[in-house]
Design a protein. Structure first.
Ligand SMILES: [Zn+2]
Ligand SMILES: [Zn+2]
Length: 252
């Protein structure tokens, strides 16, 4: 554990320990997940292309809806990873919780991660969603089912790139096109994302576009969800991220 130098009550884990905690077995699983993800994407893309002559008018609405919703899904997963569980938990701890703890202690570590470490966990999560998408009818005579398939397909693709977009928000080396996309807020803006990186790291979890951060913050969406979970589990939010004392203080 190391003490945050700016706000004394916040105790975080050691960044070197966290950096070396990426398990080889999980990387292997992520690689398999990434391969299956792209095979499924190929199959569904082929089915979608076959009906685009008839259902072309679904493309723009499903793209926009998926782009907005991917911000919510990314935010929800980010909040869950930041708030609950511990690095010391078996299997889930080193595989899924560790990256969230590492990111608050060392926000630039993500910029040193390769494509697999950055994105493959999102692909792994997308595999069951794409598998369920395979069950949907994508045909002219089934418009609702087809629209859901368009939406889920684009959503899964956008969620795959959530952490890549997040990585760009921390990168010092960015090309002009990327900076333009960030400045017009089509993708996560670095200054906007910095609000999340302010201790105690308890707001602005959305990291695809960041569009939903204002709204979710204004209605207290995540604090309300935390209170609900605490009521039934007695778990203390962020205890493993900022230490028990600081986590308790935030609840007052
Ligand atoms: Zn975070
Ligand atoms: Zn970040």
């Amino acid at each position: 554990m190391q003490e945050n130098e700016h706000i004394t009550p916040i105790i975080q884990r050691n960044k070197e320990e966290l950096a070396t905690g990426y398990p080889k077995w999980f990387r292997f699983l992520e690689t398999i997940g990434l391969i299956i993800f792209f095979i499924l994407v190929g199959i569904i893309a082929f089915r979608i292309i076959k009906v685009t002559a008839d259902l072309w008018y679904f493309i723009i609405p499903s793209l926009i809806l998926a782009w907005i919703f991917s911000d919510f899904i990314g935010g929800l997963v980010h909040w869950a990873g930041d708030t609950w569980g511990s690095v010391d938990m078996p299997i889930l701890g080193p595989a899924l919780i560790r990256p969230f703890r590492e990111h608050h202690v060392d926000p630039y570590a993500i910029t040193r991660h390769d494509f697999i470490e950055t994105n493959a966990a999102c692909a792994l999560g997308g595999v069951p969603i794409l598998l369920s998408c395979l069950l949907l009818k994508i045909e002219k005579d089934f418009p609702l089912s087809s629209f859901i398939a368009f939406f889920v397909f684009f959503l899964t693709l956008f969620v795959l790139f959530t952490n890549q977009i997040h990585k760009w928000a921390h990168s010092k080396k960015r090309n002009k096109f990327l900076i333009l996309l960030q400045n017009v807020r089509v993708i996560l803006n670095p200054e906007h994302h910095q609000i999340h990186h302010t201790p105690p790291f308890n707001k602005y979890y959305c990291i695809t576009t960041g569009w939903l951060n204002y709204f979710l913050n204004s209605i207290g969406f995540f604090p309300k969800l935390e209170k609900l979970i605490m009521k039934y589990t007695k778990a203390l939010p962020r205890r493993d991220d900022i230490g028990i004392e600081a986590a308790k203080k935030e609840l007052k």
